[in-house]
Design a protein around this ligand. Structure first.
Ligand SMILES: Cc1cc2nc3c(=O)[nH]c(=O)nc-3n(C[C@H](O)[C@H](O)[C@H](O)COP(=O)(O)OP(=O)(O)OC[C@H]3O[C@@H](n4cnc5c(N)ncnc54)[C@H](O)[C@@H]3O)c2cc1C
Length: 457
């Protein structure tokens, strides 16, 4: 539905991906007049590929669990291999389900519309108008040259990594720098036909893997890179996921996926694919200023160790709605502060501490990561806790692996130990985010977090 002219809402959510649509649906379900603004056609919004996420996220957000075609599989056994294709361990309690994101996002759009969210799609953001520093309305260009102005108490930037609103609101821009190349992962995803089942069976036998299982390699390109191949149980299709940190001259996720497709001759044509960029820095310290908040990839709310932002974006959407809904003015300083505080106490502490580990991986070479894998730095429990979107706590297999690695390669062992020793202090620092509004205490807190993370804003 799209009308020209000027409209007034309680909340204007920019970006109809998974995070923005979850927020719009939850706001409208509480009776707030909500607009959802999308640059693409609604049916093209957000992630359109297959994503893994823990099933518990649906329960925590209050959204029915996926089923039917939306749910591709759940709890797939996953084998971690080193670079010589030697199996290091097998995870048999994988907490992830794989979801067809286009169907999940479409379902959220339907729920939002039923909750009376007003959708403005295929629009261009022409400008933001302010009262003082507070954004009060956005000007949108409609597909057939018309224009519309949306006024709101609160504007939610859920436009993805580029943060279209974040870059236009000076009070946000000041504390939320644009991402640098090393803070971005280029990822790709492909579903392929298996044209030669016998060939695929031979390869699986060689690996010692069953149909219906997943094979995973870490550090195949740079230190922060991954390659994963999942086979369905009938060997009709396989699903490839690749990712690599963005770097000058580095291979991107799509090139890596194509390499896999070419290397194994049993793969046939591509059924579907997707690619894109994922922010892998810690979430911004600043998540809200009067009138505007950041959500999802726009706030770098990603479990950076494996580039997962769907579950965290949905959980943050719930935190946002619950934090601001009680205030008289959804966009007041107190309301947006409550959101920021709640986020950093929980998800922020977890994502910040994961970012310490990610930061370390970014600096390692491919062979160093292989060495870590071979010496058991990632045991099953570390792997499964990461997939559950949990803080990477020290586990017995991590300690044992570190001892083995340190004996074989003392300098690398010391580096890993140093990175690991920062996890708990960073999580602790996030939890010290000031509860009461205090710009002075916020600056001290942000300085402490930045200091622990290496100093950058
Ligand atoms: C290949 C690949 C594989 C991935 N695999 C996983 C995975 O397995 N598990 C996982 O959890 N995560 C995964 N991710 C990351 C995940 O897809 C993202 O973290 C998640 O989709 C972010 O959701 P979002 O709603 O914040 O942003 P987006 O999905 O980017 O949605 C933002 C929306 O805002 C719209 N928009 C942009 N500019 C404007 C504007 N000016 N006005 C209005 N609208 C605008 C965009 O068109 C888009 O629809 C993967 C990413 C990639 C690229």
């Amino acid at each position: 539905m799209m009308n020209k002219g000027s409209h007034s809402f309680d909340v204007v959510v920019m970006g109809a991906g998974v995070a923005g649509t979850t927020a719009a649906w939850l706001f409208a379900s509480r009776g707030f007049r909500t607009a959802l603004v999308e640059a693409r056609r609604l049916g093209q919004a957000g992630a359109r590929w297959v994503n893994g996420m823990p099933m518990r996220v649906f329960d925590e957000v209050g959204l029915e669990r996926p089923s039917g075609e939306e749910l591709l599989d759940t709890g797939v056994d996953t084998h971690m291999f080193d670079h010589s294709d030697r199996r290091i361990f097998t995870s048999r309690n994988n907490p992830m389900c794989n979801v067809d994101m286009s169907l999940l996002v479409d379902r959220l759009h339907e729920l939002a519309k039923r909750a009376k969210v007003e959708v403005f799609d295929s629009v261009r953001l022409d400008g933001v108008e302010f009262e003082g520093e507070r954004p009060r309305q956005v000007r949108l260009r409609l597909p057939h040259k018309g224009a519309v102005t949306l006024r709101g108490q609160l504007f939610v930037d859920a436009t993805g990594m580029l943060g279209e609103l974040r870059r236009r609101v000076p009070a946000l821009q000041r504390d939320c720098p644009s991402l640098r190349t090393g803070e971005v992962c280029t990822a790709a995803q492909m579903v392929l036909e298996i044209k030669d089942k016998a060939g695929a069976r031979d390869q699986l036998a060689q690996w010692g893997v069953e149909a219906g299982e997943t094979v995973n390699w870490l550090g195949v390109e740079a230190g922060y890179s991954t390659r994963m191949i999942s086979f369905d149980s009938n060997l009709d299709h396989a699903h490839i996921v690749t990712g690599n940190v963005l770097s000058p001259g580095g291979k991107n996720g799509l090139a890596m996926a194509r390499e896999v497709q070419e290397r194994y001759r049993f793969f046939g044509s591509v059924v579907r694919s997707g690619e894109g960029l994922i922010p892998i820095r810690r979430p911004y310290e600043r998540l809200g200023v009067p009138g505007a908040v950041l959500l999802g990839d726009a706030a770098c709310m990603v479990y950076s160790a494996h580039g997962s932002g769907v579950g965290t974006g949905m959980l943050a959407a719930r935190a946002l709605v619950e934090s601001v809904a009680e205030g008289e003015d959804l966009g007041s300083l107190e309301s947006v502060w409550a959101y920021e505080h709640r986020f950093h106490q929980g998800l922020g502490a977890m994502l910040g501490s994961v970012a310490v580990a990610t930061q370390m991986f970014r600096q390692l070479s491919s062979s160093q990561v292989d060495m870590m894998v071979r010496h058991g730095i990632f045991g099953v429990s570390t792997f499964e806790s990461g997939l559950s979107l949990k803080t990477p706590l020290p586990t017995p297999d991590l300690a044992f692996g570190l001892a083995r690695l340190s004996a074989a390669a003392p300098a690398l062992g010391a580096r890993v130990a140093l990175g690991g020793s920062m996890v708990a202090p960073v999580a602790g620092a996030y939890r010290l985010h000031p509860r009461a509004v205090s710009p002075r205490r916020w600056r001290l807190w942000a300085r402490m977090v930045r200091g622990l993370m290496g100093g950058s804003a």
